[in-house]
Design a protein around this ligand. Sequence first.
Ligand code: SAM
Length: 284
Amino acid sequence: MAKSQLRPGLTLIATPIGNASDITLRSLDALRDADALVAEDTRVARRLMDLHGVSLGGRPLIAYHDHNAGAALPRILALLHEGQRVVFLSDAGTPMVADPGYRLAKLAIDEGIPLGATPGPCAAIMALTLAGLPSDRFTFAGFPPPKSEARRRFLRELALIPSTLLLYESPKRLAASLADMAEVFGPREAAVARELTKMFEETRRAPLDVLAQAYAEEGAPKGEVVIVIAPPAAPEPAGEGDIDEALRMALETMTVKDAVKTVSIALDLPRKQVYDRALVLRDE
Ligand code: SAM
């Protein structure tokens, strides 16, 4: 059997998001070889290890979540400073993606402790791969606030980002959240990816307003969901009429040179194109 590659320090382990088989060989090796294990929920970690025949033996299994970080961190750091190989796993998917792990990882970095990770499942990335929406640039925005007013404020901050958006949402808020998204973003193409890697996995693709109405009529779906939203449409390039109008206004108070510069920046057009139009207007 290959010698363990797990190094001293902290290793973040990605775990399945529904289908227990979605765990890499390297993650299983890390769970097997670690000197100490840290988990968001120790019962969930034990269940996963049992399923894959990894025994805990006499190794420490420490709970670490948002509410006990103050008490758990010193113990974990002490193990790391002793040069132990410590793994951390959240309940499902990739640690730190809408899950605990950030403070622990940051402390490790700050204290010069080596940090590693075994990559694996992440619901947002799987939803992106299934959505059929542009994937060259995307923004993961976590969970929107639960109350509508705060949610709309949050969405307005995202409205102009020129990338696909990925959001997590609870099924009971899905319809209300989609309705707010349709209102703030307009009828952009979107997808709701549900129960990924599980028996009733489903991806629905439709404009936001259509999805909002469908879920409002059907009621809250069962299981977990990711919302994926297309980027805003690129603004129409300025036409000749827009250039002339902007130039006429600018030329009332500016030299040709300054007017061309101002208009080409404002309309995001090549200076040469605006300059040619400015000469025509000046000679008219
Ligand atoms: N760390 C996880 C990851 O890498 O995806 C996310 C954890 S976050 C606490 C849980 C949220 O992720 C759920 O509310 C849902 O929005 C999304 N999620 C997790 N598993 C999912 C699945 N199997 N199908 C769809 N969404 C899922």
